[in-house]
Ligand binder design. Structure first.
Ligand SMILES: [Fe+2]
Length: 418
């Protein structure tokens, strides 16, 4: 995968493998497509950031990174040196762990009185969310809690500082989306979004060279998050022909690259494919929505400190099996969803199928095999109790899952992965 730029949707659609155009949407009625950021993709594109900053006339920026991996790399030193050479003043902040209200409010408090031209976030999904939230809160007063969905009472304005997102993992797709997930774990915990279409970043710079150092456990968790996002948006009741094509392309790329990069993180070509798959998952989730696994992830992630990708990964196989069983037993359901699950199985495995049931089985098998082979931890590893799971099951929304699930169904899903 070589370096390329995308500045509009037509160039993105042209890259879709026509062999993957297997199932079109459930309806060709009305739908809308959210804007995407400008994309600068390819090995070495991190070096373009200083030039971007200069070209856009920014002289003072906030640079938000994670704890250590990027900071220990040669790319950080080169970036800092290049910014200094260009006399670009930068305020560096670290965002470690989940993006909490305290992290965001703390950074904003320190820089609020400085004339900031732009925010650059370089890191995993939580770092990008911190950058997105800081860019927004520099243009609003009060605490970010006031503006969170389901928590605060104020409406976000959608105004923000210019924002460039540079992912160093292949998972959340936050570099494309309009929300920042803010987390408080434990009593009165929540995992809620600051959301507005105005918060879609201006530019995403995806450089697979920054991702090669991602360790196997993080590669597994983030990769399973991306796969979950692609699959849930593909079978979403809000899916469109646009998201179907991109989701299938992402699943195909993830199917061939994800297993390889776990044990060979230096495979730059496969890292690039997985990074692109994660990017596509951000577009598809933003436009088609997600399903019960993400509904559960936001509830369980607020109860115990389980990483987002791990909770998605651990539930994905069982959830897919449960949904398919429900669809098979529901005679009134349109079988197009079962066809879509089968096509997703082919995209992930490369194996063609004789019947829809066989295609669905191939999908369930590959997901369960990954969970087993890559030793994705169960919920008990993070201290979940029976009481937690019952509370979690009652609070979980199924989002855009293409069948109904009862609280008992969701509880069984959790207990199967305890
Ligand atoms: Fe996710």
């Amino acid at each position: 995968m070589s370096t390329f730029w995308i500045s509009n949707y037509s160039s993105l659609i042209l890259k879709v493998d026509i062999n993957l155009t297997l199932v079109q949407s459930l309806c060709m009625d009305k739908f809308t497509i959210s804007p995407i950021p400008e994309l600068i993709f390819g090995a070495g594109t991190i070096k373009k950031i200083p030039e971007l900053i200069t070209d856009r006339g920014y002289s003072t920026i906030v640079l938000i990174t994670g704890g250590s991996s990027f900071l220990n790399s040669v790319y950080w030193h080169e970036l800092a040196e290049s910014l200094n050479k260009r006399s670009i003043k930068f305020y560096h902040h670290r965002s470690i762990g989940e993006t909490s209200p305290e992290v965001v409010d703390g950074i904003v408090k320190e820089i609020k009185d400085i004339e900031i031209d732009a925010v650059i976030a370089i890191g995993g999904g939580t770092v990008l969310d911190t950058g997105k939230a800081v860019s927004a809160m520099l243009c609003m007063s009060g605490s970010i809690i006031d503006y969170l969905e389901g928590v605060g009472t104020k409406e976000p304005t959608g105004l923000r500082k210019p924002l460039i997102c540079v992912p160093t993992t292949s998972g959340t797709g936050s570099e494309v989306t309009k929300n920042a997930v803010i987390t408080r774990v434990g009593k009165d915990g929540f995992k809620k979004s600051l959301r507005h279409s105005g918060y879609i970043p201006d530019t995403a710079v995806i450089d697979p060279l920054l991702i090669v150092s991602c360790p196997p456990d993080l590669t597994i968790a983030t990769g399973l998050d991306a796969v979950t996002q692609l699959l849930e948006s593909y079978v979403s009741v809000k899916a469109t022909p646009f998201t179907d094509n991109l989701a299938l392309q992402g699943l195909k790329l993830a199917g061939r690259s994800f297993p390889l990069i776990i044990f060979n993180g230096n495979d730059i070509e496969r890292r690039a494919e997985m990074a692109y798959a994660a990017y596509l998952s951000g577009i598809t989730l933003a436009n088609a929505g997600l399903g019960v696994v993400h509904g559960a992830a936001s509830v369980l992630g607020a109860i115990r400190p389980i990483p987002h990708g791990t909770v998605c990964g651990t539930l994905l196989g069982s959830a897919t099996e449960l949904i398919i069983k429900k669809l098979l037993s529901d005679n009134s359901t349109d079988s197009v969803y079962l066809e879509k699950f089968s096509h997703a199985g082919t995209a992930l495995t490369g194996v063609k199928y004789e019947s829809t049931e066989e295609g669905c089985r191939n999908l369930i098998d590959i997901l369960n095999r990954w969970i087993q082979d890559y030793r994705v931890p169960g919920l008990s590893s993070y201290g979940f109790t029976e009481k937690d799971l019952l509370f979690g099951a009652k609070s979980t929304g199924i989002k855009n899952t293409p069948t109904t699930l009862s609280t008992e169904d969701i509880l069984k899903l959790f207990t199967d992965r305890i």
